[in-house]
Design a protein around this ligand. Sequence first.
Ligand code: ATP
Length: 463
Amino acid sequence: MTTLENGPILSATNKSDKMDKIVSLCKRRGFVFPGSEIYGGLANSWDYGPLGTELKNNIKQLWWKKFVQQRDDVVGVDAALIMNPKVWQASGHVATFNDPLVEDKETHERFRLDHFLEENGVQVAGMTFEQMVETLKKMGLRSPKGNELTEPKKFNMMFKTNLGPVDDEDSKVYLRPETAQGMFVNFKNILGTSRKQLPFGIAQIGPAFRNEITPGNFIFRTREFEQMEIEYFVRPEEWEKWFEYWLDQQKEWCKEIGIFDQAVFIEIPEADRAHYSKRSIDTEFKFPFGQKELYGLAYRTDYDLKNHQEKSGQSLEYTDPQTGEKVLPHCIEPTWGVSRTFLAVLTSAYDDSDPENITLKLPYKLAPYKAAVFPLLKNKPELVSKAREIYENLRKDFMVAWDDRGNVGKRYYSQDEIGTPFCITVDFDSLEDGAVTIRNRDTKQQERIKIEEVRGYIMNQLM
Ligand code: ATP
């Protein structure tokens, strides 16, 4: 049995030409590298390089600004990744956070039963585990290598480890499979410290871990990833209104980051909903390898607070400050995956309609560098020093690239490929007239503007 699988390092998928181009651009320009590459990689583990780190941070910062900083009714938390295991018993994850698994008896290759059946033409939507097992047997399916399959079983996806030096049942803990429980277990603390009244939300950005049976499609499905989640607490009778509200917010977010045109909103039937959800709408996205889940929206009822209240013995009721009435709030949960957002943004932005001038048309707010500064010639100290002055000044406010290699045309193409919205060239005239040429990534138009106006010009367009 292999648990530590090596590469294949760069063939993240062979299903799509566009995907291969994106994966290769990510490697070539320093967005995403195969994890642990000098040791041959580790399957489905990816490291974010200098540009990828900027893009990912920009996604998270934009989200935090929109949903926490600019709202009165949402506050943030940053909870521990390893929580008391009782949390995962109360939340239902120990009992039900399972994926159905089958294994090739010869090669020990493992497959997710639902995905395996789908690939064999079965509509699994709405099927129970038992129905899937029956279908597999009736169809007499064998593994892709033609071997017999094991009896399907339910595989719990939580990563287990031990806290402290003793490796026994009592020290067993889990890496959190979702950020959500960090909000529920802090509900009482936050009520006591933030003076929030219903409706209000708790937001968190952070890692989650799932021992996925079939990770893949580049960074789409990995075993560690980050989530951006809000648990929004409401009066039980108002859940429908707030569900619609958060669906609109998710749509607005998709517009803001330029991915709305390829997003699809899907009502999830009861049999396919997570164990805690009474209503779910997934945002799916048309990735180059197919339409797949990007975000989720769930009505978690009072499932979590009720269970934590029962299991912890602590009251998690909210007391209305006006009437003194006590209520156990219900919860609407909009959730966003960071790496899937990253991939959706790259997919929407990637434009190779001119193969000589590949351009990442990223929203300006998300671009790793907002501007690049070039001295026309590298060997003219007066040009270099003027350009350096502009560069140092601009990077007090945002990330700026510096390039003095080759000709300016090549430098433009190089910046277009990583999505830099503005390129600023300092030439001999600049030394006389105090102006520079500023060139736009999307229109390819060039304008001449005064050096002291450059910062304001760019800042205005980043708003
Ligand atoms: P899927 O059906 O694709 O496994 P899910 O329905 O289990 O996803 P949720 O539990 O709703 O996912 O998690 C919330 C969000 O976290 C997802 O919408 C997705 O953006 C992200 N996410 C979930 N699992 C992964 C993963 N293995 N890799 C990357 N992102 C993930």
